[in-house]
Design a binder for this molecule. Structure first.
Ligand code: FE
Ligand code: FE
Ligand code: MG
Length: 169
């Protein structure tokens, strides 16, 4: 922890640490939702979907790494148990119990939309008060926006494929 680095934060640091740890919990759950989704997913276009899910899993893990660094820098402790992830998450966890491609993608779209709102809120509360966290939230939000777009593009391809199969009959 750097003392001046902490002092220049123009808001309650403990309040900020709570928000950072909640986002940190979301990232671990998002990571696992993508990771296990990529293992169990079934259906058409499976290979393309697995590639996207694996890439997003890696991005979510990177987000967890970035958040933990900022939490520690501010004198906090990243949540230490998976039970705490569940207790503090904003976005929750959707198990891919139905492993059909459309279901898995839709579950992850929902998670991304929640993540976008979490980082938007983090940007709103840190704007002009903590530029380091503001920049971090912006950097992560850019990834989440791209994730939502990638998944919605996959859903669109999937619908188009279904339609073309229908027309071929
Ligand atoms: Fe993320
Ligand atoms: Fe994401
Ligand atoms: Mg992607």
């Amino acid at each position: 922890m750097g003392t001046v680095g902490r002092k220049i934060v123009g808001m309650d640091v403990n309040e900020l640490l709570t928000l950072l740890n909640k986002a940190f919990a979301d990232e671990w759950l998002a990571y696992y939702q993508y990771w296990v989704g990529a293992k169990v997913v079934r259906g058409p276009m499976k290979e393309a979907v697995i590639a996207e899910l694996d890439q997003h899993a890696a991005d979510e893990l990177n987000h967890a790494t970035l958040l933990s660094a900022r939490i520690i820098q501010l004198g906090g402790t990243p949540l230490l148990t998976p039970q705490d992830w569940y207790k503090h998450t904003n976005c929750g966890y959707d198990a891919p119990e139905d492993p059909f491609v459309r279901n898995v993608i839709e579950q992850n779209v929902k998670a991304e939309q929640c993540a976008i709102s979490v980082y938007k809120k983090l940007m709103d509360v840190t704007e002009g008060k903590d530029m380091v966290t503001y920049n971090l939230a912006l950097q992560i939000m850019e990834d989440e926006i791209e994730h939502e777009e990638d998944l919605q593009n996959l859903l669109e391809d999937f619908e188009l494929m279904l339609k073309s199969v229908g027309h071929a009959k």
